[in-house]
Design a protein around this ligand. Structure first.
Ligand SMILES: C[S@@+](CC[C@H](N)C(=O)[O-])C[C@H]1O[C@@H](n2cnc3c(N)ncnc32)[C@H](O)[C@@H]1O
Length: 316
């Protein structure tokens, strides 16, 4: 797919008139397309190693489409955000409020639904909590499996995560910069386990002490069902820790698209007590300006004013 895009870009370049093509050549555009070719090959080493983990019988359609290509590009950016030194600042901004709460709480069972590439779940498990990372996306699960099974030293892998979008770049140096990962080698351990599949299929008899949702609840097609499931999965008195925006939704038309006040009112109706601003500063609600898998060097920034809160399951 990346090669198809490159070929389209080459065709567009070739369609320039003679004088303009000469000018583009003189400023280095043809060389830039060659650099893209090299970067695609480097990224291909990682994506092929991930594809090698695929069980062929598990694929509905063996032919990748442009949505698949988008998911692969997203996965490359998630490697940066979750598992590289370059992603540290972005990570710390959103992980710290959550980890600060869990550091202060008694050790218990934690569920992280929509865990993505699992860095947050892994950090929580490192605090000594028995952590379950849940993720529906086959792409994300394979990418994390690659980290677990095909990595033995820090910064062993290299990707060029930004090459698939030429917009908002200051230079070839920023566009083609390589990012090494992982900054630490994740390993399977007894405090981290996985539930691959739909969060709604996690049995509600398995009660958790904490459910942590990071950039997750707004992926719901039905936010009421999501909050009910979080409630059902918690033991009485258990805590739900949330951080994220309200960007309804990437996967289809949500049945409800609520504002923050409505989400908080709904949470109380379902049986949560949201910790208030006057309480302990670690559990008090706050607004966290943050980015999500951003390119730090780009000429464009998308800043979320993400909302953080902690809520306790109360029984009516
Ligand atoms: C916006 S991403 C956030 C990922 C991760 N929490 C992070 O911050 O990097 C939302 C994630 O939730 C996953 N997801 C969405 N619906 C899900 C469901 N019903 N069960 C499990 N995971 C789900 C998606 O596949 C995606 O990886």
């Amino acid at each position: 797919m990346a090669n198809v895009k490159l070929s389209d870009m080459k065709t567009s370049y070739a369609s320039l008139g003679r004088a303009h093509k000469r000018m583009a050549y003189d400023i280095g555009y043809a060389k830039k397309l060659n650099l893209l070719n090299d970067a695609i090959n480097t990224n291909g080493r990682v994506t092929s190693a991930i594809a090698d983990l695929v069980d062929p019988g598990s694929l509905d359609s063996p032919d990748p489409d442009s949505a698949d290509f988008g998911r692969v590009v997203e996965a490359l950016k998630h490697f940066v955000r979750d598992w590289s030194e370059e992603g540290r600042e972005e990570r710390e901004r959103i992980f710290s409020p959550i980890l600060n709460v869990l550091r202060e709480q008694p050790k218990g069972k934690v569920l992280v639904p929509g865990a993505g590439l699992c860095r947050l779940a892994w950090e929580i498990s490192q605090l000594g909590h028995q952590t379950t990372a849940n993720e529906l996306s086959y792409f994300m699960n394979l990418a994390f499996e690659f980290l677990l099974k095909r990595t033995s030293t820090p910064n062993e892998h290299t990707v060029h995560p930004y090459v698939h979008w030429f917009s908002h770049q200051r230079s070839n140096a920023t566009l083609f910069r390589p990012v090494k990962f992982p900054d630490v080698v994740p390993s399977s351990n007894e405090t981290l386990c996985f539930f691959h599949g739909d969060f709604f299929s996690i049995p509600t008899e398995d009660k958790f002490d904490y459910v942590v949702t990071l950039f997750f609840i707004d992926t719901s097609l039905n936010i009421i069902s999501t909050l009910e499931q979080i409630h059902a999965l918690l033991r009485p008195g258990g805590l739900w820790i949330n951080l994220g925006p309200l960007l309804w939704t990437s996967g289809g038309q949500a049945q409800l698209e609520l504002n923050l006040e409505e989400v908080l009112r709904l949470s109380e109706k379902i049986g949560f007590r949201i910790f208030e601003r006057t309480a302990d500063p670690t559990t008090a609600p706050k607004t966290i300006p943050c980015e999500y898998t951003s390119d730090k060097s780009a000429m464009m920034k998308w800043i979320y004013q993400a909302e953080f809160w902690v809520a306790q399951k109360v029984c009516h």
